[in-house]
Design a binder for this molecule. Structure first.
Ligand code: ADP
Ligand code: GN1
Ligand code: MG
Length: 372
């Protein structure tokens, strides 16, 4: 997508129901998809107030209007549940700031869609596990999120990205992209391509079980990496689940698995030194414990026993998506250096290999919880 200009942002800012004088604006966060800005306003004698402003990625989300319908629906629902439970709805769910026309998004004169959220104060979104307790608390919060949405009317949700975690379909796309090789990069990544082709069984696994009706579809988050949760600076609790663009019917194991991929790794998602990349069994255990606690009895024994498969599937799928994007010329994920998507892909595949080595340990860990 085109770079956001100051002129464009000025137009957008003027169309939201903001109060006060804008005193600071800066790019914010490390998401791979949307363009996020932090704005600070000065409101007369009342002091400063921060808000998040985001340009939605319309190449990734082809229907931003439906997407915002999902977000308004889900956040209003969560707001009621949070109030019932005596929580703070200003901090425990996203709050959409409307436009001057009372819409949840603004379509600017460049054809881009924007939205704005109240900034969640006194909380941090971590790119890496700095304290294992944060990871545990993020697990409880993601589990809790799924539990709170268990009775949400799933048929009212739009599928914002069709086949988002259809790993089988992504495998088919990958093969096509390798054949087309539009950038002429395939010859230089033969080893990585072979890694994917050797593991078609992973891509098919959940899809086959779903076809047999053995695993339920639930309302899930589908992008449960650690930086999509705000951790309260004082209590260390997972205060708010953010990045709700992909809340859709999905599999509990995949929500579990994507958190493991990102948070239980001993290195960053884009680590170049693969010797540093492994899947920590201590963190895996901690997350399993927290997630199952957060879901509070809503998961079946089968779903719990399949959690290691969720971790392997999500890591494999994400690595394959990074490689697909590398082969297509880095058109999907934001990159910050040459070969960034390839680095990300290699780190994911190193993790998959490590999970394959630790497979029985992972199984034993979840069995401990499914039997309790
Ligand atoms: P992306 O889809 O690009 O990952 P996110 O919605 O996750 O976009 O936002 C990017 C980052 O911005 C988050 O990781 C988080 O650090 C920050 N952020 C987003 N929304 C809020 C909010 N309401 N309050 C505080 N920080 C936020
Ligand atoms: C993207 O939006 P963000 O940065 O939280 C991606 C996820 C990937 C993740 C890899 C909509 O997440 O699916 O797992 O990057 N989101 C979308 O870091 O494609
Ligand atoms: Mg994000």
């Amino acid at each position: 997508m085109e770079h956001v200009t100051q002129k464009q942002r000025d137009e957008v800012v003027a169309h939201f129901k903001y109060k006060g004088i804008l005193i600071d604006e800066r790019p914010y966060g490390s998401g791979h998809i949307n363009d996020t800005f932090l704005l600070t306003f000065e409101i007369a004698e009342m002091g400063q107030l921060k808000v998040i402003l985001q340009r939605m990625n319309k190449e990734v989300f082809s229907n931003p209007v439906e997407l915002m319908e999902n977000i308004v629906g889900v956040t209003s629902y969560l707001r009621e549940r949070i109030i019932e439970n005596g929580g703070d709805p200003e901090r425990e769910t996203l709050n959409v700031i409307p436009t001057v026309d009372d819409k949840p998004y603004y379509l600017d004169s460049y054809g881009d869609y924007w939205r704005s959220y109240k900034f969640i104060t006194d909380a941090t979104s971590y790119d890496k596990v700095e304290n294992p307790q944060h990871f545990y608390q993020s697990a409880v919060a993601f589990g809790n999120f799924q539990r709170l949405l268990a009775d949400y009317p799933a048929d009212t949700l739009h599928e914002t990205i069709v086949g988002f975690h259809d790993t089988k379909a992504r495998f088919a796309t990958f093969k096509k992209v390798v054949e087309e090789d539009v950038m002429g990069r395939a010859a230089s990544v033969k080893k990585e391509i072979q890694f994917v082709l050797d593991r078609e069984d992973i891509a098919d696994y959940f899809s086959d079980l779903q076809a047999k009706g053995e695993i339920p579809l639930r309302v899930t988050h589908n992008d449960t990496k650690l930086n999509n949760i705000m951790i309260d600076n004082k209590t260390g609790k997972g205060i708010c689940v953010i990045d709700l663009d992909t809340v859709m019917p999905g599999l509990a194991m995949n929500d579990f698995g994507d958190s493991i991929r990102f948070g239980a790794s001993t290195a960053a998602e884009d680590e170049q030194n693969l010797d540093k990349v492994s899947c920590s069994m201590d963190l895996f255990d901690l997350y399993a414990k927290g997630f199952i606690k957060g879901c509070a009895g809503k998961l079946t024994k089968k779903e719990i026993n399949l959690m290691p498969m969720g971790a392997k599937t999500m890591t494999f799928e994400c690595g394959m998506r990074f490689l697909t994007d590398y082969l297509q010329g880095d058109v999907y994920f934001k990159i910050h250096r040459d070969g960034h998507n390839l680095d990300r892909c290699r780190a994911q595949f190193k993790l998959v290999e490590d999970m394959e080595k630790k497979w029985y340990t992972m199984q034993d860990i979840v069995k401990k919880y499914s039997n309790s």
